[in-house]
Design a protein around this ligand. Structure first.
Ligand code: URA
Ligand code: SF4
Length: 249
């Protein structure tokens, strides 16, 4: 990790909303760690993340989409990166994948409002499609995932979730290692140093991309089945998770 304390020129002023690049600032410092405030709270972390230039994706996405949810959520759900709609609105999982996730959580007996939702990468990476004006999602690369990781580490440290649920290979491999295979180990409780239990399952976007209604429904059921295992681990599902939401801030 670079120590930017010795090179104060790289420290952006966390004041005002002027995001225009300043001549003396590099396009990216290489790690979000350079932007993490001392003794952060979720609020100050979120605020600081708005000005992150840990990797070049701040020039690609509209805004930083930080995690959201109760400060003491028992469950943290980690996706890949914000999508088109999340990028515009500035909130995680508010688009089609989020709608599918919400419905699946409900079916599995987990109250979404009691869950902290976030992403492995906090800016939307996209490219203009050849034939359309649509912004096409692009997978974040290893360098971008690594650069953004300090935000996620801080979120986990502050929220201290009992269970972390990784949605898709990007989140799962970021947290469980590059050799982790969602196809092989989905729905299984995995141990990790940052939570009592970690579960990985597919990304809801992969369900939306299924070629036909039948395979989509099969994929959706399998996704719900994985989330039910999380619910069971929490012991009693919805009631307890909801109690946590009331306790949380
Ligand atoms: N997909 C993700 O991985 N995260 C979001 O926030 C939205 C879609
Ligand atoms: Fe910073 Fe992450 Fe955005 Fe890169 S993707 S600029 S590391 S918040």
């Amino acid at each position: 990790m670079k120590t930017f304390s010795r090179t104060p020129v790289f420290r952006p002023k966390a004041t005002g909303t002027d995001m225009a690049p300043r001549a003396e600032l590099p396009i990216a410092t290489g790690t979000a760690a350079d932007f993490i405030p001392p003794r952060p709270s979720l609020r100050t972390l979120r605020e600081a993340a708005r000005l992150c230039r840990g990797c070049k994706l701040w020039t690609v996405g509209t805004q930083t989409v930080f995690g959201e949810g109760p400060a003491r959520a028992r469950v943290m759900i980690v996706g890949e990166q914000p999508g088109d709609q999340e990028d515009k609105e500035g909130h995680p999982f508010v688009g089609p994948a989020g709608a599918l996730l919400n419905a699946a959580l409900e079916e599995a007996g987990i109250d979404r409002s009691a869950v902290y939702v976030t992403n492995a990468v906090k800016h939307f990476k996209w490219a203009r499609g050849d034939k359309s004006k649509r912004r096409i999602h692009k997978k974040p690369n290893d360098g971008e995932i690594r650069a953004c990781r300090p935000w996620l580490d801080q979120e986990m440290k502050l929220v201290q979730p009992e269970v972390v649920v990784c949605l898709g290979a990007t989140a799962a491999q970021a947290l469980l290692g590059k050799t982790f295979r969602v196809t092989k180990s989905r729905g299984q409780k995995v141990s990790a140093p940052f939570a009592e239990a970690v579960f990985a399952t597919v990304h809801p976007s992969s369900i939306l991309r299924a070629p036909d209604a039948k395979s989509r429904e099969e994929a959706r059921r399998a996704f719900v089945a994985d989330l039910k295992k999380v619910s069971r681990f929490l012991g009693g599902g919805e009631r307890e998770v909801r109690r946590n939401a009331q306790r949380g801030d």
